[in-house]
Design a protein around this ligand. Structure first.
Ligand SMILES: Cc1cc2nc3c(=O)[nH]c(=O)nc-3n(C[C@H](O)[C@H](O)[C@H](O)COP(=O)(O)O)c2cc1C
Length: 200
């Protein structure tokens, strides 16, 4: 999968992803790890012509948004550690109603991820970033191509799609079927282990 995934620029306008496949991709991708399993993320699926046009205007008019079957807006929750996250209730049940344990975890999460603006943002973006990568890999596994984008108007999307104050736009991901009649540039080389690692 890793070698096959590309950022596909050209999507076949006439092929839609069916709902079941989209659901399967997301339901696989949520196996991504997250801090305390808090899953501080949500996704807006941009699928209608009207909402595609709105996102297109807020994303430097990248044509792939119009051509792709859907584009996902990946949203991180900067307050995903808070009491209101339903995951805490699930955690309580998973640990046999051990309130002490869950209260300890809540306190730790509040400190680790909620004690400064920087921590809140890192928490939201790192976790939702892992979800984003998982979506692209899961999609490829199910025969669907993707294209991640951060060349977008984050604030404009936040406002235009009515996000909460505590939410942050992490990236957008176009999804659909590659139009093979339009070639992609060959994949550009990567810097490898020897270039990017320091062993200490
Ligand atoms: C976070 C992120 C943001 C990106 N934003 C854009 C973008 O706005 N527009 C675009 O054409 N490509 C965008 N790309 C795609 C990259 O250019 C592409 O992943 C890179 O050139 C490697 O190509 P490959 O994914 O086909 O291996 C983005 C990729 C990532 C991971």
């Amino acid at each position: 999968m890793f070698k096959e995934r590309r950022s596909v620029n050209f999507f076949d306008k006439n092929r839609e992803i069916n709902d079941k496949t989209l659901q399967e991709i997301v339901n696989l991708a949520v196996l991504a790890p997250s801090a305390f399993n808090l899953q501080p993320w949500r996704i807006i699926v941009v699928s209608t012509e009207v909402s595609k046009k709105m996102l297109y205007d807020l994303a430097n008019k990248q044509e792939k948004i119009i051509e792709a079957s859907v584009t996902l807006i990946i949203i991180g929750n900067k307050k995903g550690y808070a009491e209101t996250n339903p995951v805490w209730e699930e955690m309580l049940q998973s640990v046999g109603n051990n309130h002490e344990m869950v209260d300890g975890a809540k306190q730790a999460a509040g400190f680790l991820y909620g004690s400064s603006e920087e921590r809140k943002l890192k928490f939201a973006e790192s976790n939702a970033g892992l979800l984003a990568m998982s979506i692209m890999i899961a999609a490829k596994e199910l025969g669907i191509d993707t294209h991640p984008m951060s060349g977008i108007d984050f604030e404009g999307i936040h406002k235009g799609f009515n996000l909460q104050e505590s939410e942050t736009v992490v990236m957008a991901i176009c999804m659909g079927y590659y139009d093979k009649s339009r070639p992609l540039y060959p994949r550009r080389p990567r810097r490898l282990f020897k270039d990017i690692t320091t062993v200490v």
